[in-house]
Design a protein around this ligand. Structure first.
Ligand code: 13P
Length: 252
């Protein structure tokens, strides 16, 4: 059975102290509440260990936002998947459009990052999504299919089934312009159909596909109520515990 998941992505926001203030606030808000989805918080690398410690004993898990494509060695400034794992983080966001666009991350490179993550038992949250001009020229399905194929489709069925996917249309990220529930469902159904063709019904049905892009307390319920939308990857609205909580509660 696939899981419902609400994951935050802080991107390059918050000092360590601010991160810990958030985790204390979210813990307080979640205390004695029933939570009907998995909750993951994606923090900067240097926050991982402390934030993971702070959420210990709760259901909240912690994600990195990137990892190196190599195992270890002379790669100054890089952070390996095994280092992330050693902080008690459990997930890693890979293939985010900001990393593809600003840091030139290619499908080939992402393939290696996914392998590194899996070999350190991290769950990749692998992002795909088209730019505005690609949607306007009706290329969005092809673009997303290529992103999946280019980085993931050499994985065995067993390895693929460890992934979480996130559909994040670039034009909806940080713009306040959310995909409509119909647009999200249409693309998520397309992704699932692509997975059926490659890995079969069972793997496709068990894969969680999150929506990301200006998702917030006001639209989460409508987006998540679609049959192929299994939760959200939340940027701006994950920065304050009071704004993040109602997105988690959209599954109640
Ligand atoms: P926003 O929710 O700020 O649009 O960001 C979405 C995102 O990029 C999450 O990874």
């Amino acid at each position: 059975m696939r899981k419902n998941i609400v994951a935050g992505n802080w991107k390059m926001n918050k000092t360590l102290q601010e991160g810990l203030t958030f985790s204390n606030e979210l813990k307080k808000l979640l205390n004695n509440k029933s939570v009907n989805c998995e909750v993951v918080i994606g923090t900067p690398f240097i926050h991982l260990s402390e934030v993971a410690k702070s959420f210990k004993g709760t259901k909240v898990m912690v994600a990195a936002q990137n990892c190196a494509d190599k195992e270890s060695g002379a790669y100054t400034g890089e952070v390996s998947a095994s280092m992330i794992s050693s902080t008690n983080a459990t997930h890693v966001i890979l293939g985010h459009s900001e990393r593809r666009a600003y840091y030139n991350e290619t499908p080939e490179l992402l393939k290696d990052k996914v392998l590194q993550a899996l070999s350190s038992n991290l769950t990749p949250i692998f992002c795909v999504g088209e730019a505005l001009e690609e949607r306007e020229s009706d290329k969005h399905f092809d673009v997303v299919a290529e992103q999946l194929k280019g980085s993931l489709f050499e994985l065995s069925k067993d390895d693929f089934s460890k992934l979480i996917l996130a559909y994040e249309p670039v034009w909806a990220i940080g713009t306040g312009k959310t995909a409509s529930a119909e647009q999200a469902q249409e693309m998520h159904a397309f992704i699932r159909k692509t997975l059926v063709e490659k890995y079969g019904e069972e793997v496709a049905n068990d894969t969680s596909i999150l929506y990301g892009g200006s998702c917030n307390a006001g639209n989460a319920k409508e987006l998540f109520s679609n049959p192929d939308v299994d939760g959200g990857l939340i940027g701006g609205a994950s920065l304050e515990a009071e704004k993040f909580l109602p997105i988690i509660e959209a599954f109640n």
